[in-house]
Design a binder for this molecule. Structure first.
Ligand code: HEM
Ligand code: HEM
Length: 292
């Protein structure tokens, strides 16, 4: 199985396990409790001080330390994922905790800032954190909806069957092209030799195949001079039908690849943004202590 195939398979299993509901929403309850407590303490302190507590107050330091600790722990999932163990500390529990405690940072870190934002390294760390969280939410949406879409798109046809169908159509195209003249044969070669099924990640993700060789072949077929005899005319008609069938299979397979790319795509933001966040957070903490 390819790496992408393996990832998609894991995703399917994980969705079935239902990590969001894990342990009767235990981690959702813990995260909510944490947020409610933080909001309560924050507003009571604000009322006492007659001003919102900033990042430099005792409450600011507490919330900042909790937030930074959570971020480091959340980032650790990448390591944890690769050491899968069953049992009490299952990966499912980790992902469940990751999602809900990750979301609680929106409240905890925002309260820590005392709502003071500017064009500085502190706000950069905050913005990167929000980017990591937003991409994580996108991942949850992807895991929850895309496996069904994959299934709905391809029906009962497997990936192998799609590839076999394309191979068969190419073989038929080569056969039918036998009686054609040079121009006609060139059209068939264009489709058989130059058609690219997938391509780079971005191409798969956007499903943009504007320069598709099979489509170009269909267009070139229509622009050919009128056929010389009946055999040629018959062959050209058959080729047009085969090219159209090939276009249908290509479109189905590419849509499948697009959905698979979407299942991976959010991680391309989530992981690099995590590293950037850890760097900016370190700079933030070092800089506040340097000014101290
Ligand atoms: C050990 C952890 C942390 C410590 C010790 C800490 C410390 C501080 C301090 C002392 C301030 C007040 C700075 C001032 O008033 O000029 C502050 C503000 C701030 N912190 Fe943190 N922080 C921590 C974690 C975090 C985290 C996790 C984030 C978000 C990802 C964050 C984002 C901010 C922002 C946006 C401000 C407001 C900056 C401003 O006043 O312009 N901090 N932090
Ligand atoms: C600042 C907060 C966060 C950090 C630093 C963080 C970091 C990470 C890291 C390092 C991974 C491992 C990726 C890998 O190696 O494959 C990961 C996975 C993941 N994160 Fe986050 N994350 C955060 C918040 C969130 C939030 C809020 C959500 C959901 C709303 C989320 C959803 C996920 C999911 C679904 C995975 C994949 C787990 C799996 O493959 O089973 N993350 N995260």
């Amino acid at each position: 199985m390819t790496q992408i195939g393996a990832h998609t398979e894991r995703v399917r299993q994980r969705t079935h396990e239902g990590f969001l509901r894990h342990h009767g929403f235990r981690y959702a309850q813990i995260a909510t409790g944490l947020c409610v407590a933080a909001v309560g303490v924050y507003f009571v302190t604000a009322a006492r001080l007659h001003e919102p507590p900033s990042g430099g107050s005792w409450l600011g330091y507490t919330l900042g330390t909790i937030s930074a600790g959570l971020i480091v722990w959340l980032a650790f999932l990448g390591v944890r994922k690769r050491v899968i163990t069953e049992g009490h500390y299952s990966l499912k529990a980790w992902v469940s905790a990751h999602v809900y405690l990750g979301l609680s940072l929106v409240v905890l870190a925002t309260l820590h800032t005392g709502f003071q934002f500017g064009w500085n390294i502190h706000t950069l760390a905050y913005a990167l954190m929000m980017l990591v969280i937003a991409s994580g939410a996108l991942g949850i949406w992807a895991y929850a909806t895309l496996p069904q879409r994959l299934h709905a798109n391809r029906g009962e046809i497997t990936r192998r069957q799609m590839l076999d169908a394309l191979e068969r159509l190419d073989a038929q195209l080569r056969d039918v092209a036998q009686p054609l003249d040079r121009a006609g044969a060139a059209v068939v070669r264009l489709s058989v030799e130059d058609t690219e099924l997938g391509g780079g990640f971005l191409r798969r993700l956007t499903n943009n195949h504007g320069d598709d060789a099979n489509q170009r072949a269909l267009k070139a077929l229509r622009n050919l001079p009128p056929p010389a005899g009946e055999r040629q005319a018959e062959a050209l008609a058959k080729i047009e039908e085969l090219l159209r069938q090939k276009a249908d299979v290509l479109s189905l397979a590419r849509r499948q690849m697009q959905i698979t790319a979407m299942l991976e795509g959010w991680l391309f933001i989530h992981i690099p943004a995590t590293f950037a966040l850890l760097a900016a957070l370190t700079a933030h903490i070092v800089s506040v202590f340097a000014y101290w």
